[in-house]
Write a protein that binds this ligand. Structure first.
Ligand code: 5GP
Ligand code: ZN
Length: 112
């Protein structure tokens, strides 16, 4: 998708600070970090949101969660703790219409 910023990041058209990547997923630092560590995890495939995971081949949701733990390990928060969240739709505050999980940590996070 040429008009999707996260597809373009996954494809290398837009530079990003990549933390970890494999054949299916990319993790890169958020351009506007909300915590000491703030990384976004996306599937390379254009999936709009969590609502669109159902029925996908290859158990992408499970593998995405496993990849998130690898990212948490790579940025050194897996023991100290972190938050993994995804915003869905207008009320969820989703600004980019390509599924992404925020990985937040590196400091004690405020309750929400
Ligand atoms: P959302 O509000 O959709 O859950 O989160 C979108 C996130 O993407 C925001 O935290 C925003 O800072 C981040 N973001 C938007 N554009 C870019 C970009 O071009 N590069 C990077 N690294 N992050 C971006
Ligand atoms: Zn996309």
């Amino acid at each position: 998708m040429d008009d999707c910023i996260f597809c373009r990041i996954a494809g290398g058209d837009i530079p990003s600070d990549i933390v970890l990547e494999d054949a299916d997923f990319v993790a890169f630092r958020d351009i506007n970090p909300k915590a000491a560590q703030h990384v976004l995890v996306i599937p390379r495939e254009h999936i709009v949101s969590l609502n669109d995971l159902d029925g996908r081949a290859g158990d992408v949701g499970h593998r995405l969660l496993q990849f998130i733990v690898k990212v948490a390990t790579a940025v050194g928060v897996v023991e100290s703790g972190y938050r993994a969240l995804t915003n869905v739709g207008p009320d969820g505050g989703q600004e980019v219409q390509h599924l992404h999980f925020h990985i937040l940590g590196g400091e004690e996070l405020e309750d929400f």
